[in-house]
Design a protein around this ligand. Structure first.
Ligand code: SAH
Length: 212
């Protein structure tokens, strides 16, 4: 269902310059975004915008998922942590790229985590591990990670996330105020971290011990 809409969405993302890598395009052509939104919003699932998913939270806009996956330069054997699973769309796209690796996605709202699990099953995305908890503390049990992707806006970079990143790893996180942030790409090497600002963005707040 919605296959044509999905392909058109990907074509638009490529045309507008949000989507550069073939791997990401392929994954987004496959993942049925309409299964990750409430039933009454299904017809809007392939428009490039965030949509409400309940609990005052949203599903990220497709262009944001595309450019975050691109910026993280995901490889198929990567071990990835996502903070802010929501209803699971982004994690499912990541899982399609990281074919031989692992994906862990932490969500603080149990109802959404439950929904994410159901959606993953419907979408045939069984390889993602959804964990309920405060992702500002990372997920130490499965650390270290090659890539960490935070999909909620933080006041600052939570130190546990940098700690749980491998040397050579990348962390992508929106940092700023509660309403508007800069998307920061952190590159970690053996003895230092480098930050690059990829531009402004607007995410729901990251709430927790090292968040708001
Ligand atoms: N990645 C999602 C985006 C969801 S919006 C997608 O694919 O659409 C961001 C999510 O972050 C919300 O569901 C919110 O509840 C969650 N969140 C906020 N603070 C969090 C925290 N400290 N730990 C885990 N999840 C958090």
């Amino acid at each position: 269902m919605y296959e044509e809409e999905r392909i058109e969405m990907v074509e638009r993302l490529i045309a507008f310059g949000y989507l550069r890598s073939e791997k990401v395009a392929e994954a987004m052509e496959k993942v049925p975004r309409h299964l990750f939104v409430p039933k009454d919003l299904e017809i809007h699932a392939y428009e490039d915008r965030p949509l409400p998913v309940g609990e005052e939270q949203t599903i990220s806009a497709p262009h944001m998922v595309a450019l975050m996956c691109d910026a993280l330069e995901l490889r198929e054997d990567h071990r990835v942590l996502e903070v802010g699973a929501g209803t699971g769309y982004h994690a499912c796209v990541v899982a399609h790229i990281v074919k031989k690796g692992s994906v862990f996605a932490v969500e603080r709202i149990a109802e959404l985590a439950e929904k994410a699990k159901e959606n993953m099953e419907k979408a045939g995305c069984g390889r993602v591990h959804i964990i309920v908890g405060d992702g500002t503390k990372g997920y130490g049990k499965e650390a270290p990670y090659d890539r960490i992707c935070v999909t909620a806006g933080a006041p600052d970079i939570p130190p546990p996330l940098v700690e749980q990143l491998k040397a050579g790893g990348k962390l992508l996180i929106p940092v700023g105020s509660r309403y508007i942030q800069d998307l920061i790409l952190v590159d970690k090497t053996e003895n230092k971290i480098e930050k690059k600002n990829l531009g402004s963005c607007a995410f729901v707040p990251l709430i927790g011990e090292y968040g708001w």
